[in-house]
Ligand binder design. Structure first.
Ligand code: CP3
Length: 353
């Protein structure tokens, strides 16, 4: 494999010195880019786009053609695993994900099987291989998956929700069934991420979008314990290179110390947390990724420059920061805001290194 020409992201994740702060953006390939919408239209649907490696590689590379980003992230979705488990994933236009067969009864839950990545998720691995080849060492490629708990939220509820009532009912009435799903999901994500690493992913990230809804007391039992298991099961090295891992839980500011002790290389910080105090609390143990409020990008380039400066100042001097938003980029983001963000991070961060 080609050697990396820009290894700033890898170095920052391992808390090694870099000349500037590397930057990439969660959902950097998405609907705010006109070229993404054009490819998606050609693919026919979002899932059609994910499942066709030619299209998926094309959109993976689109944001890198416009912006001087320090990483690419494989274009896919966290719900590929439950889809491969046979739950019947569909994306209704403008409504987000839906499962035809949500997990509600014990019989279905006990029958749940771990997908075989090389068969059931071959299209994702093919996208990873082709994207890595197309990048030719320009920047590292990030592979990803959802956390066992966040996947379970969609699998049980059957759709996105603001409060996931079916999940909460199972948690209260049949916690052992939820634990069974979480156990299967943990084994599935370990196999899936390791397969992505073998196919060429140079960093892996676990998205725990809904762990925060558990509250600090139950977060450990239902989300963090399973992510810890996943991290422990990951390949640490591939072809002589370290493979850093990033854990991101939205809304878990209270549990930063526990997250940092999970064995991961870096913790993603949402925009509700003060990055300065996050660094004081866990910055000696892990790198930090984040955490500009995605809404700032809707206020134009001047607001973006000020917002970037504030995040860089909050982290302060030294190694171990990866610039990102505190959650995924909005589809309503003007492209000029993204341009201003990337350029400002690269220029203004040099003073901190
Ligand atoms: O970061 C990237 O550029 C890689 C691609 C990526 C997507 N989804 C593409 C996508 C990643 C990393 C994800 C992760 C994901 N998917 C998460 C966790 C991250 C987070 O946001 O907290 C979750 C919860 C999902 C599930 C999911 N997929 C939802 C809830 C939706 C609907 C969102 C919406 O705004 O309609 C999706 C669809 C999706 N995944 C889109 C993209 C670009 C938009 C689909 C489209 O083109 O219509």
């Amino acid at each position: 494999m080609t050697k990396l020409k820009n290894d700033t992201l890898i170095r920052a994740l391992l808390r090694q010195p870099t000349p500037y702060t590397p930057v990439w953006i969660m959902r950097q390939a998405g609907r705010y880019l006109p070229e993404y919408n054009a490819t998606r239209a050609r693919a026919g649907s979002f899932l059609g786009l994910c499942k066709n490696p030619d299209y998926a590689v094309e959109v993976t590379l689109q944001p890198l053609a416009r912006f001087a980003l320090d990483a690419a992230i494989v274009f896919s979705d966290i719900l590929t695993i439950p889809d491969a488990m046979g739950l019947g994933l569909a994306f209704a236009e403008g409504e987000g994900p839906r499962f035809e067969r949500p997990l509600r009864d014990e019989h279905d839950i006990r029958r749940l099987r771990v997908p075989v990545p090389g068969e059931d998720l071959r299209y994702v691995l093919e996208t990873v291989r082709q994207a890595r080849k197309a990048l030719d060492g320009k920047v590292p490629l990030i592979g990803f998956c959802g956390s066992p708990y966040t996947l379970a939220c969609y699998m049980v509820e059957g759709r996105g929700s603001s409060d996931f009532p079916a999940v909460k009912a199972m948690l209260r009435d049949r916690p052992e069934l939820l634990h069974h799903i979480l156990d299967v999901n943990a084994r599935a994500t370990i196999a899936y991420l390791n397969a992505q690493i073998e196919a060429g992913a140079q960093v892996v990230m676990i998205f725990d979008t809904w762990g925060g809804m558990l509250g600090a007391t139950r977060y450990g039992e239902f989300s963090l314990d399973y992510m810890r298991r996943v991290v422990a099961g990951l390949k640490r090295e591939h072809e002589g290179e370290r493979i850093p891992s990033i854990l991101f839980t939205r809304g878990a500011g209270d549990s930063l110390e526990a997250l940092a002790a999970s064995g991961c290389s870096a913790v993603g910080i949402d925009w509700t947390v003060d990055l300065r105090s996050a660094r004081e609390r866990v910055g000696e143990r892990v790198a930090l990724q984040g955490n500009l409020d995605p809404a700032v990008l809707l206020s134009g380039p001047d607001a973006v420059r000020a917002g970037v400066a504030a995040v860089l100042e909050a982290f302060g001097r030294g190694a171990g920061h990866v610039f990102n938003l505190g959650h995924g980029i909005s589809q309503h983001t003007p492209v000029e805001s993204m341009q201003a963000l990337v350029n400002t991070v690269h220029e203004a961060s040099r003073a901190y290194h």
